[in-house]
Each structure stands twice: as structure tokens, then as C-alpha cells.
Design a protein around this ligand. Structure first.
Ligand code: SF4
Length: 419
């Protein structure tokens, strides 16, 4: 075994209470058990333990915010460094890819005639598809692009997650016997009504892909872009010798800034309203961005984008953090008179996502923020239709989207089994 992996696995204490599994991991992966199998060099068994809760090992091992999840509650972390759970999970995922291990099937006779349509082939849709197909259910994924993976393919730059890893991980899922129909867009050439007639259940997992705006003056100027659209559609302008301001503090902001810097921008500055310790982006990504020369202005708020037709600069204000009644975390408040202007050629809004306008036409009940409304069983207002992931406003991480997908698969299986 690779010496480094050996040391990393031996470092795990195999705790009985498993805080890493029970409190840290959104998917509740049996972390001490799969690590124990690595220690004993039973890599195939380690993979099988993981496949009972996840099908994205090689992906989540690389891109999950481990410090905020499993590694953040690891007992080893109390007095020193936590176990490198992400690296060990990625090792198992890579081993499965290199050795062509298959996701085990557990077909159930009473389920093989059931048919489920999944709209959206991102992490949530793929996970749901895998857990249904394992049981022998006939699954068809309807995908709007000509590739699967969603944000794993376009939202996370190659330097964080190689596309080969994503493609190989997806292939394992498809090998369970899943049909895929590409270039299918709900609200255009795909109708929810038709799917509910043709299938026993439908899972909507097409994400929320429109960048949110701030609602400040100048946001409509030429040169202001949404971080999501930029990464997704790769419609980048020429950044050579330009100064780019990125607004936001999550992983999309960091990924956008790092991508733009690599594309030749002279200067990239992230503007974030809160303090460094409140940044939702993964700590390591923030450090890497800073090492790459990206400047981060903490406790700064964009208040106006200046320019004639095109962006010329951004007026910012410094902020102070105050505890507001009823709010869990400190809120940023602009400091009167602290305004100044920063030169900018482009401004990228990376403030989170909202749903596409077409969700309003699906005939389903929505929340006040235009997410699809679901009950505790992930059911929408149409009893045949489930929804999960970003389209219902779930916490925007890959692991949580996958968790929704797995939960929905289990709900559908339980429903079919009770008939
Ligand atoms: S908490 Fe840390 S040391 Fe304990 S079982 Fe989990 S990974 Fe191992």
C-alpha cells in the first residue's frame, strides 16, 4: 500500500461513537469502518462499505468541505490534526476506478417493472438514479446538456476536480443500466405532464442555475456577469491586463476568481461583506487563492457599480459586524462615510443561485423564494413528483445534494414496496 495512505488510515482511532459519521458527514458514510478496511488492505470491501451510502467517493473525497464536516468533528482533531478522511475516501474511489469495481446491485423482484424519470444529471439526480437502479428500478435521466455531472463538470474548475474523475465516477453509475436522454430541457422540449403520465414517479433535480443579483445601481452595465453563468457557459470575456472584482464569499466566488486569474487577468479582487472566519468557502481554497495572488477585501460591501455603458469601477463601503436580534450570525452593516471607488473592468456576481424562471410554469407549489415546495418526504404538490437539491433551496454542497438524491430514492422504493 502507498505509505502515505497507510499512515493516514492507521491514524484513525476507530471510535465507537463515530462523530465523523453521525455528526459530520451529510451522507452518514461509515467512516471508521471503511478506514478499517483500508488498514487491512481490503480496498474492495472499503469501496462496498462506501457504496452503501454514496456513489460519489472519488468526487466527494476531493471537493467536500471536510474541515466543516467530517474532519471538523474528528476526535483526533481535538488535540491535533484530524484524520485525512477526504484523502482516504478519494483513495478508495480512485482504486474502484482503476480496478473497474462495480457498484453492487441488490435487485428486488417487485421493483423491476417500476419506472422513474429523473430530470437533471447532477450530483443529486445521479445519486438518486444509482440507488434506484441498484434495486432494479428502470431509470431514465433527462439532461439538458450533452453531458452529465452538472456543476461537477462546469462549476468546479479542473484544478480542483479533474473531469476524468467525474466521467469515470458517472460511468460506474450508468453501468447499473440507466438510460440517459440528452438535450432535454423542462419547460422547452420536455413537459412534466408527459413524464408523470409515462413514469411511476418523477424526481426533479435540475438545480438552481441563475446567479443572484444584489439589486444595486449599475448591475445592468456591460461587463457585469453572474459567476454561475460564467463557469457554466464558459462565456468569458478576454481578461488579459484587466482588473476583475468578484463579489461573494462562497466556493463559487473563489472558483470564479481563480479561474479568471488563470485566464490572464492582471488583478483579481474578491469583495466579501463579512470577516474571513465567516467565509463559507473552504479554508484551503481561500488560502490557495491568496497564494495565487488573489486579493480579498474582507468586510467590504459593493454599493454601486460605476460606468457609462460599461463598467469602470465599483464604489465600496467598509462594514462593521453587529449582532442583530433574531439572527444567528453577525450581520455586516455599512460604515457611514467609508465609501471609496476601486477601478474595475469587469464585475462578477457570485452571491449564490436562484431558480430559473420556468419553475413558475411547472404547475407546482413554490416557496416565497421561488424554490419548489416539498414536504418532509421530498414530495411536491403533485404526489407523483419529488424534488431535491438546489431546486428546493437545499444547502448548496455536493454532499447535501447527493443526500437528497439518496433520500428520495429510498422514499420512492418504500412507496413502491408498500403497493
Ligand atoms: S472521529 Fe476521527 S478518529 Fe474517530 S473514527 Fe472518525 S475519523 Fe477515526
Amino acid at each position: 500500500m502507498n505509505q502515505e495512505i497507510k499512515e493516514k488510515s492507521n491514524y484513525c482511532l476507530n471510535c465507537k461513537i463515530k462523530p465523523c459519521t453521525n455528526k459530520g458527514c451529510p451522507l452518514n458514510n461509515d467512516i471508521p469502518e471503511f478506514i478499517k478496511q483500508i488498514k487491512e488492505e481490503n480496498y474492495e470491501e472499503a469501496y462496498h462499505i462506501l457504496t452503501s451510502t454514496t456513489v460519489l467517493q472519488a468526487v466527494c473525497g476531493r471537493i467536500c468541505p471536510h474541515k466543516k464536516q467530517c474532519q471538523g468533528v474528528c476526535i483526533r482533531g481535538i488535540k491535533g490534526e484530524p484524520v485525512s478522511i477526504g484523502d482516504l475516501e478519494a483513495f478508495v474511489g480512485d482504486y474502484a476506478i482503476q480496478n473497474s469495481l462495480k457498484i453492487p446491485k441488490e435487485e428486488e423482484k417487485n421493483l423491476v417493472n417500476k419506472k422513474v424519470a429523473i430530470v437533471g444529471g447532477g450530483p443529486s439526480g445521479l445519486t438518486c438514479a444509482a440507488f434506484l437502479a441498484k434495486k432494479g428500478i428502470q431509470v431514465t435521466i433527462y439532461e439538458r446538456y450533452d453531458f452529465l455531472g452538472g456543476l461537477l463538470m462546469y462549476g468546479i474548475p479542473d484544478f480542483r476536480l479533474s473531469k476524468d474523475i467525474v466521467k469515470n465516477t458517472i460511468q460506474k453509475i450508468l453501468d447499473l443500466g440507466i438510460e440517459v436522454k440528452y438535450h432535454q430541457k423542462l419547460g422547452e422540449n420536455l413537459k412534466l405532464e408527459d413524464l408523470t403520465k409515462q413514469f411511476d414517479s418523477v424526481y426533479l433535480a435540475f438545480g438552481a442555475n441563475c446567479s443572484s443579483k444584489m439589486g444595486i445601481e449599475g448591475e445592468d452595465l456591460e461587463g457585469v456577469y453572474g459567476g454561475n453563468e460564467l463557469l457554466e457557459l464558459k462565456k468569458h470575456p478576454n481578461y488579459k491586463d484587466k482588473t476583475v472584482l468578484v463579489n461573494g464569499g462562497g466556493n463559487v466566488a473563489i472558483d470564479t476568481a481563480r479561474t479568471i486569474k488563470r485566464m490572464g487577468a492582471k488583478k483579481v479582487v474578491i469583495v466579501y461583506r463579512r470577516a474571513k472566519e465567516q467565509m463559507p468557502a473552504e479554508e484551503k481554497e481561500v488560502q490557495d487563492a491568496e497564494k495565487e495572488g488573489i486579493e480579498i477585501l474582507f468586510q467590504h460591501n459593493m454599493v454601486k457599480i460605476k460606468g457609462n455603458k460599461k463598467v469602470e469601477g465599483v464604489e465600496v463601503m467598509r462594514t462593521k459586524l453587529v449582532q442583530k436580534e433574531g439572527e444567528r450570525r453577525l450581520s455586516p452593516v455599512n460604515i457611514e462615510g467609508s465609501n471609496y471607488v476601486i477601478h474595475a473592468d469587469y464585475v462578477m456576481m457570485a452571491l449564490g443561485s436562484k431558480t430559473d424562471a420556468f419553475v413558475k410554469k411547472l404547475g407546482l407549489e413554490l416557496t416565497t423564494k421561488n424554490y419548489i415546495k416539498i414536504d418532509e418526504n421530498y414530495k411536491t404538490s403533485n404526489p407523483k413528483v419529488f424534488a431535491g437539491g438546489d431546486v428546493v433551496g437545499e444547502k448548496g454542497t455536493v454532499a447535501w445534494a447527493a443526500r437528497n438524491g439518496r433520500d428520495v430514492a429510498n422514499k420512492i422504493i418504500a412507496e413502491f414496496s408498500s403497493l
